[in-house]
Design a protein around this ligand. Structure first.
Ligand code: ADP
Length: 276
């Protein structure tokens, strides 16, 4: 009986240990869900008033009778609120990724037009630093492909924004190039190349990790959350693609995306041809 008692005590102790482990696991899961919910709620709560600030600043800036000094101040409000909104959006995206809630909205879109529009959007930023911004699109790229254009635009804008941000101003040979080639029937390679400061080899693997700014001093010099590339990598991988970097200090960096995007028809044609 003594042996049986000892075994039974062992089993009870093991059982208690398992239960404690289970409770600790459940608590940790609940805390992580609470944290994700908090991040998502906070981001929504922050976005609403920020959109209010941006909306009213836009209204104010459309007033033609503004003095230059007033226009300058409204521009600063728009810049600051826009920067804050970008940070809030990054945090919201990260919360979605951590919660496994990042879903893509697939629809037909024009790949070349998306790249062209993204370049147009950052052109003022490139101009303000006297950088060239060139687009080289392979004519073999089919017009309509299928994917999530909003999320792809976000990735491209992040890479373009970084390329401009981390390239010193001025000089004839300084600038950013966007290159896109059709590498197979549905395979596309997009390269965003800059002639900027570059990234040391030992730091390149840190780039795509959350919160990592390669150079801590960059944080104060250039601003930014250090989340952009982590989010971009997640989005590209969610699309079934890959993102990679090649870089040399002082010469510049190239970020390459390779994506499989099914070629499709123009949406109106699809609609017209769809059986009723
Ligand atoms: P953020 O730009 O908001 O800091 P990112 O995740 O987009 O965050 O980039 C992380 C870091 O990688 C940047 O802070 C910078 O140090 C480095 N980096 C990104 N793109 C480039 C680039 N084109 N040239 C040089 N450094 C870069």
């Amino acid at each position: 009986t003594q042996r049986i008692l000892a075994i039974s005590r062992d089993i009870t102790a093991q059982h208690r240990h398992d239960e404690e482990l289970q409770i600790a696991k459940e608590r940790a899961e609940a805390a992580s869900v609470a944290k994700e919910e908090f991040l998502a709620n906070m981001s929504h709560e922050l976005r609403t008033p920020l959109n209010g600030i941006l909306g009213y600043a836009d209204l104010l800036s459309s007033d033609r009778s503004l003095l230059p000094s007033q226009r300058h101040r409204i521009d600063r409000i728009q810049d600051a609120a826009g920067a804050l909104l970008a940070i809030v959006n990054d945090i919201l995206d990260l919360a979605k990724i951590e919660a496994g809630d990042m879903t893509l909205q697939m629809r037909p879109f024009r790949l070349a037009k998306l790249l062209d529009d993204a370049a147009d959007l950052v052109l003022p930023m490139a101009r303000s630093k006297a950088l060239s911004l060139d687009l080289a699109l392979d004519p073999a790229i089919p017009e309509w492909v299928e994917g999530d254009p909003e999320r792809l635009r976000q990735v491209v804008l992040n890479l373009l924004g970084n390329a401009i941000k981390f390239t010193q101003a001025g000089g004839i040979h300084l600038g950013v190039t966007v290159e896109a080639v059709a590498a197979g029937r549905c395979r596309f390679e997009i390269a965003i190349r800059d002639t900027g400061m570059g990234i040391a080899p030992e730091r390149q693997h840190l780039l795509f990790q959350r919160f990592s700014q390669v150079d801590a001093s960059n944080e104060r010099r250039f601003g930014g959350t250090g989340l952009g590339l982590a989010i971009s990598r997640h989005l590209v991988e969610e699309m079934g693609g890959r993102i990679a970097v090649e870089s040399a200090v002082g010469l510049g960096s190239t970020f390459r995306l390779s994506l499989d995007l099914p070629v499709t028809e123009e949406p109106e044609r699809l609609l017209k041809e769809a059986p009723l």
